[in-house]
Design a protein around this ligand. Structure first.
Ligand SMILES: [Fe+2]
Ligand SMILES: [Fe+2]
Length: 308
């Protein structure tokens, strides 16, 4: 019963200093909306209420806004998603990175092969995301930069292949993401500028890859993909207090605490690594009871303040 609605008012807040920005910049992170027919308007009310309270200079949408990319074929779902996007844009400039559910439909049975897996990826879906983002005034970042108030944000695209872990497996491919980051470095896309703050945004937390030399100039890393919004805050708090951290099964077939699940930590080079657990209301991609065990988190929007 409590899977359907956001029942908490959780807004983690982090301040990152020594970033080089002249005036403080406030960023709000949200994502994993997984818009479906059963996601009610309460999600949008939660979104609006929290964002209005934060009053950010920038909103980063961390991906998985649809539960399946085939939702583009359902005009009611497109309208529902657009309402959410417009609610964000009304409050602050908004950028978006693409999640796995935004491009590959969730599958219940692990794929037998790469070909079997790629059958579930929607063709030309980036064009559909470009169109909807343009219509709503959202800047879609597909291996692109966006700049605001001395802050440069790079949105990395983790394409369908990044979520193929191998035959018979579900999850992510760290090798594919490593390959892609190296390629971006070789192509000269990851260029840093003096006296600017640099922010790396992607959907699935890349954890150990954040120390790759190609990414050394980033002050902040932000991600989604780990899911919140499935239980009331009190349950979330109890699980957290017991050391569960709101989930057990982490990305890349790892387990918490080996893999970072949500919140903020400081990397050895001083950069901040932040995971927003999002506000998924119902999610059909994980088999039950794994679905309940893994996603014991309340909905959250993360507030980050960058200062010099
Ligand atoms: Fe998600
Ligand atoms: Fe995801």
């Amino acid at each position: 019963m409590f899977l359907k609605e956001p029942l908490c008012c959780c807004t983690p807040k982090y301040t990152v200093i020594h970033t080089g920005v002249k005036a403080p910049v406030k960023v709000a992170l949200t994502g994993d909306w997984h818009v479906t027919r059963i996601v009610s308007d309460k999600q949008r009310r939660f979104l609006k209420q929290k964002l209005q309270a934060i009053q950010p200079d920038l909103i980063i949408l961390q991906g998985d806004l649809f539960d399946t990319p085939h939702s583009f074929d359902d005009l009611r779902l497109v309208a529902k998603l657009k309402k959410n996007l417009l609610a964000c844009v009304k409050i602050a400039p908004t950028v978006m990175v693409i999640g796995n559910h935004d491009q590959v439909e969730p599958i219940m049975t692990p794929p037998k092969s790469r070909i079997d897996y790629l059958k579930h990826a929607r063709k030309n879906v980036l064009d559909e995301w470009r169109r909807i983002c343009k219509e709503c005034g959202v800047k879609l970042l597909i291996d692109e930069w966006f700049e605001i108030k001395g802050l440069r944000i790079f949105g990395m695209w983790q394409g369908p292949e990044a979520y193929f872990a191998g035959p018979g497996k579900r999850g992510e491919s760290i090798e594919e993401m490593r390959r892609h980051i190296k390629e971006l470095g070789q192509e000269g896309v990851l260029k840093f500028r003096p006296k600017k703050a640099h922010w790396f945004a992607a959907h699935a937390p890349i954890n150990e890859l954040s120390n790759m030399k190609e990414l050394a100039g980033f002050n902040v890393f932000s991600f989604g993909h780990t899911h919140g919004g499935c239980v009331p805050i009190v349950v979330d708090a109890v699980v957290d207090a017991c050391g569960g951290h709101g989930g057990i099964v982490a990305p890349f077939q790892k387990w918490f605490p080996k893999h970072f699940m949500r919140g903020q930590e400081t990397l050895p080079n001083g950069a901040s690594f932040i995971v927003n657990a999002g506000m998924v209301m119902a999610q059909g991609s994980a088999p039950k009871p794994l679905h309940y065990i893994n996603f014991i988190k309340a909905a959250e929007i993360t507030e980050v303040i960058l200062r010099d």
